[in-house]
Design a protein. Structure first.
Length: 429
């Protein structure tokens, strides 16, 4: 059966069913030139496609045009994929054409399951849950899989005596309460993939926080409203008044400024921070509140740039704010939101990366750095070290947009003192 403008109906359907995978993974530059040479697209169509910003939008425009380009467009498209080293996409499409409607022989996808797998944690646009795509590869940076060894190095008494009086108080046992919400299974939503490797993240964070002396609550696969309700309930726990800090970690799909529940609805991060501000959570006033967000903040894959020869630039000078409102008050006033620090897996507008065996790049770096350096480094400086680790990582997925992809973590802070975790130090014991 021939569809509108000549494309076989089964070919049109397989392109439609795999549209999101193709939109995300196609590397269009050379592919478009092959299609132009074979008269599948015209010069005018090429200009229209190239006017779109980013690979994703260009691929969407191409996929809009292909079904209208005749009965041979699909086979030429597949040949072009093969010739531009995107064979995995060709084989995926060939395999997903119904057998009774094609004479194409079945082939085995050319993937190495023994290698660790890196997944762009995609949020607004994801393929249907079945059949699942085989995810792009990422080389193992330490030639090993699974959670790292989290043997915390203790702080020395001398270091504590030297720095403790200038830092946030960190003496209580437990140090504080921690909550980790890990959304891995998105069974009720066709637009969000399950987060393969997500279990590694929450297990690593649970071990890390327990080793630092926190009482940890782990919650799994919550809807957006349930996430908010659980966070509000956690913030109201009376134990916060007796303890020195708290930790909130959210692991899920996300977009800029929000994180997904398993129902596909969004919880705004500003609402999360508001739950723990000085007005709504008085038991944590003047106490450090740490947030770690492992989620995408956009759709764009960071392609990276080549570094020029020469030394790296020096750091930018710090920015000072004017000192206002210093008049004495009868009662101390606090800003509505303070004493918070939040580490994000990636920059605004970009995607975070996850390895299905070792977990996300950000959580792996976070646990490794905190394990090694918490004994004598405050949290803000450790997050700078996390940035440095993430900066050096690079994806490996030849023929896809993930090949040599990059990620850059960041943090923001309203901390007013150095925040040391002082592992192993309990002065009152």
């Amino acid at each position: 059966m021939v569809g509108q403008c000549g494309m076989l109906k089964e070919h049109e359907q397989v392109l439609k069913k795999n549209r999101i995978i193709l939109a995300k993974q196609l590397v269009p530059t050379e592919l478009l030139q092959h299609l132009l040479a074979e008269d599948i697209i015209t010069e005018e169509m090429l200009e229209i496609i190239q006017c779109k910003s980013g690979n994703f939008n260009q691929n969407v425009e191409l996929l809009n045009l292909l079904p209208k380009r005749g009965p041979y467009a699909f086979d030429v498209f597949c040949t072009a994929l093969r010739e531009t080293k995107q064979e995995h996409l060709e084989k995926m499409l060939r395999l997903r054409i119904p057998v009774q409607e094609t004479n194409m022989p079945k082939t085995i996808p050319d993937f190495e399951p023994s290698l660790p797998v890196a997944t762009k944690i995609s949020d607004s646009f994801s393929p249907p849950k079945k059949p699942r795509r085989t995810e792009p590869m990422e080389c193992s940076l330490d030639d090993g899989d699974g959670s790292p060894n989290l043997s915390i190095q203790p702080c020395t008494i001398d270091f504590y005596n030297k720095h403790g009086h200038m830092a946030y108080q960190m003496q209580s046992s437990p140090r504080g309460l921690a909550i980790v919400i890990s959304n891995v299974k998105f069974e009720g939503n066709r637009d969000l993939e399950d987060r393969s490797g997500g279990n590694v993240d929450y297990e690593a964070l649970n071990t890390l926080f327990v080793n630092f002396g926190y009482t940890v609550k782990i919650l799994h696969n919550l809807k957006a409203l349930d996430m908010q309700n659980q966070l509000e309930e956690f913030s109201r726990l009376p134990d916060h008044r007796l303890l020195d800090s708290c930790i909130v970690s959210l692991l899920s799909h996300g977009v800029d400024g929000a994180i997904y529940g398993v129902d596909g609805k969004l919880l705004q991060l500003q609402d999360v921070f508001s739950i723990f501000d000085n007005a709504k959570c008085p038991n944590l006033q003047n106490k450090p509140k740490m947030f770690f967000i492992q989620a995408c903040r956009g759709e764009e894959t960071d392609r990276g740039v080549d570094q020029l020869d020469g030394k790296e630039r020096s750091e930018s000078p710090g920015c000072e704010q004017s000192d206002a409102g210093k008049e004495e008050q009868l009662k101390v006033r606090l800003p509505t939101r303070s004493d918070m620090i939040c580490g994000y897996a990636c920059l605004k507008g970009t995607a975070a990366m996850r390895n299905t065996k070792r977990g996300s790049w950000f959580v792996e770096a976070l646990t490794s750095v905190f394990t090694e350096h918490a004994k004598d480094t405050h949290v803000a400086d450790m997050l700078v070290k996390v940035n440095a680790v993430i900066k050096e990582r690079e994806g490996y997925a030849p023929g896809t947009e993930f090949h040599r992809c990059k990620e850059m973590s960041e943090y923001c802070s309203t901390l007013c003192k150095d925040l040391y975790l002082f592992p192993g130090i309990y002065p009152h014991k």
